[in-house]
Design a binder for this molecule. Structure first.
Ligand SMILES: Nc1ncnc2c1ncn2[C@@H]1O[C@H](COP(=O)(O)OP(=O)(O)OP(=O)(O)O)[C@@H](O)[C@H]1O
Length: 607
């Protein structure tokens, strides 16, 4: 029973019933009123039927001093009102469930999109679509069976018990109560018994979605490694487990359902026998005998539905529980309460002060005692071997993760004193894997801001893509396919740069932003990167040293530490790691990207 209470609490929590849900509360109260009204009418009808029979056969036991015609009229009117109330109920119910489902989806979406980046690295993310849609279905089921069955049937049972208590001696009521108590006990016991299997088959079902999600998002990788059978094996293993738990669940459900019917159906025989004896002895009228039969059958049918309803509530509760587990994962919060929603300062330097960071919040630091300052408007580059921690620096600036120790200063304030949204609005980032949405080029460039075609084309020109887009039949309205797969890697990267430029950020981060480009295009784009990042604080992360040789300063990272810094010429003569990187690449054979005019190359530290 306690777990049932927990389920109901979880249901209301999922719907945020106590919060901004005035509309929902109104619908809920209307439905409750209609349910109660309809239940009362349902119970009154057998009573009127009894009166009608007694009136027709002229039995003196009749309780209403009304003519047969009047009773027929009242009986018919009650019937019509009860049916109209039912129809009204359905209309209000649809409005209620639809708004409840929307509210749940709204809450889930808001939460999921604010989950920390670490969550999205896990496999669970592939199960989210299924979890949300099942939870929506669960909400529908719980509302439907609660208001359509549980509340009316409970009320009907109480009213019927009251009528039987008033009209008949104790035995009939005692039998009825005992059978209903057994029925309720079996329903609760049975539901708890089958719940673990239900939870398991739901989990297995989610895992099938997970495997499918992985295949759909990495279809080329699956094919290139001939992993079709491997993934099919995983998929079928989960399907088999799903089938096993489902079978157990439904076999037990059938057994529990039969036990419940035995408890209420078994009560019908003694109740009718006792009523017949009472009729025979003249203690009750014929109408009363008919009524007790009608009432009992009228109660058994909804009780069957009640048992089913209880199980449906439990099923819905499992679905909502899955979503509740996701909703209970803490979302990204701003460490400082009342964090600044905007970054007002036009001049934004970035300082790392003795920053330590580990992804797992343990002592395996990916960045160790990292300190540097990028003055406003300067371009700093980070180089180092793979895994040295270069991209981690950009992730910390974007506030995807919070640092473990030390501080990051933006302008003259701690980074954490700004809201995450404000920070992300101020930074334009272009990463190695530019993600495009399955929408038009226009949407992927302006994200619904409705910027003019001229502005969009200018940004495309800055990355040398204007002629390509003009050559497309639908131009800016060309749909780019799933994750932009209809474009080449280089084209995707250039779109990524163009849209970062359109964002007009104060800080630019280019994380291997030109890695997919050929040498010639890279030179053009690098030139454009230099142009668009003029006056902005800029970070460039690159393996190809040719793209960063003209940066104001280059920082060399090694195993999470800044081991050296300076201009290209200074590092070539002083830093072994840099020299090695330079030699490996042999950039001397390439021509370095020409420096943007006016870029100031600072004096080496200590000069
Ligand atoms: N989400 C993560 N969870 C745990 N460890 C991570 C995560 N992302 C990166 N790492 C680890 O942190 C270290 C630094 O990674 P990072 O991506 O910053 O390196 P990088 O210098 O940018 O490498 P590359 O040049 O190959 O892109 C690596 O050892 C990596 O395995």
């Amino acid at each position: 029973m306690r777990s049932f209470y927990e389920d109901i609490k979880r249901f209301f929590r999922a719907l945020n019933f106590s919060g901004k849900s005035e509309g929902l509360r109104f619908f809920f109260m209307s439905l409750m009123f209609l349910s109660v009204f309809s239940s009362v009418l349902t119970v009154i009808q057998p009573f009127l039927y009894m009166e009608l029979i007694d009136s027709i056969v002229g039995d003196s036991g009749s309780r209403l001093s009304l003519s047969t015609e009047s009773i027929i009229f009242i009986y018919g009117t009650c019937f019509i009102i009860a049916r109209v109330a039912d129809e009204l109920w359905k209309a209000v119910f649809t409005d209620f469930t639809l708004s409840a489902q929307r509210q749940l989806a709204d809450k889930a979406f808001d939460h999921i999109i604010r989950l920390p980046s670490a969550f999205f690295l896990g496999k669970e993310k592939h199960t989210l679509p299924s979890i949300i849609s099942k939870a929506r279905y669960g909400v529908h089921e719980i509302i439907s069976v609660s208001l359509e069955t549980i509340i009316p049937v409970t009320l009907e049972f109480l009213l019927v018990s009251l009528i039987i208590y008033i009209l008949f001696p104790g035995t009939v009521l005692t039998i009825l109560i005992i059978s209903v108590v057994i029925f309720v006990f079996v329903a609760i016991w049975g539901s708890e018994k089958i719940r673990p299997w239900q939870r398991k088959f739901t989990e297995e079902n989610n895992k099938t979605h997970q495997v499918l999600g992985e295949i759909l998002s990495s279809e080329e990788a699956v094919k290139s490694f001939n992993m079709e059978d491997c993934f099919k094996g995983k998929y079928l293993a989960h399907m088999t487990a799903f089938e096993k738990y489902c079978t157990k669940f439904f076999r037990w459900s059938a057994f529990i359902g039969s036990m419940q019917m035995l408890s209420v159906g078994g009560a019908l025989i003694p109740m009718l026998l006792i009523s017949f004896k009472l009729l025979d002895s003249g203690a009750i009228t014929l109408g009363a005998f008919v009524m007790i039969n009608v009432l009992t059958i009228q109660l058994i049918m909804p009780l069957r539905r009640l048992a089913f309803a209880y199980r449906q509530v439990k099923e819905g509760a499992v679905d909502i529980e899955q979503l509740d587990n996701v909703l209970s994962i803490p979302i990204e919060t701003d460490r400082v309460g009342g964090a600044d929603k905007n970054i007002e300062s036009e001049s934004l330097s970035i300082s790392f002060k003795n920053v330590y960071f580990s992804y797992m919040n343990d002592d395996k630091y990916v960045l160790k005692d990292v300190s540097f300052t990028i003055p406003h408007g300067k371009t700093y580059a980070f180089v180092g071997a793979s895994g040295a921690g270069k991209s981690t620096i950009s992730r910390l600036i974007m506030r995807y993760y919070d640092i473990s120790e030390g501080g990051i200063i933006l302008g003259d304030k701690n980074l954490e004193s700004f809201s995450r949204d404000a920070v992300r609005r101020s930074v334009g980032i272009v990463s190695q894997d530019v993600v495009l949405f399955n929408d038009t080029l226009r949407f992927n460039l302006d994200f619904g801001q409705e910027l003019s075609d001229q502005k969009l084309m200018e940004s495309l020109k800055s990355v040398g893509l204007d002629d390509f887009v003009k050559s497309l039949e639908n131009g800016l309205n060309t749909v780019v396919g799933d994750r932009g797969m209809k474009l080449s890697g280089g084209q995707r990267q250039r779109i990524g740069i163009a849209r970062a430029v359109l964002k007009e950020p104060k800080i630019m981060i280019f994380d291997e932003a030109t890695s997919s480009l050929d040498m010639h295009t890279e030179k053009t784009v690098s030139k454009n990167i230099n142009a668009v990042s003029r006056e902005k604080t800029t970070i460039i992360i690159a393996h190809r040293l040719s793209t960063i040789m003209n940066a104001d300063k280059i920082l060399v990272l090694d195993q999470g530490k800044v081991v050296s810094s300076g201009t290209h010429d200074e590092l070539i003569s002083s830093c072994e790691i840099y020299k090695k990187l330079y030699k490996t690449e042999d950039v001397s054979k390439e021509t370095a990207t020409p420096c943007v005019e006016g870029v100031h190359i600072p004096a080496p530290p200590g000069a």
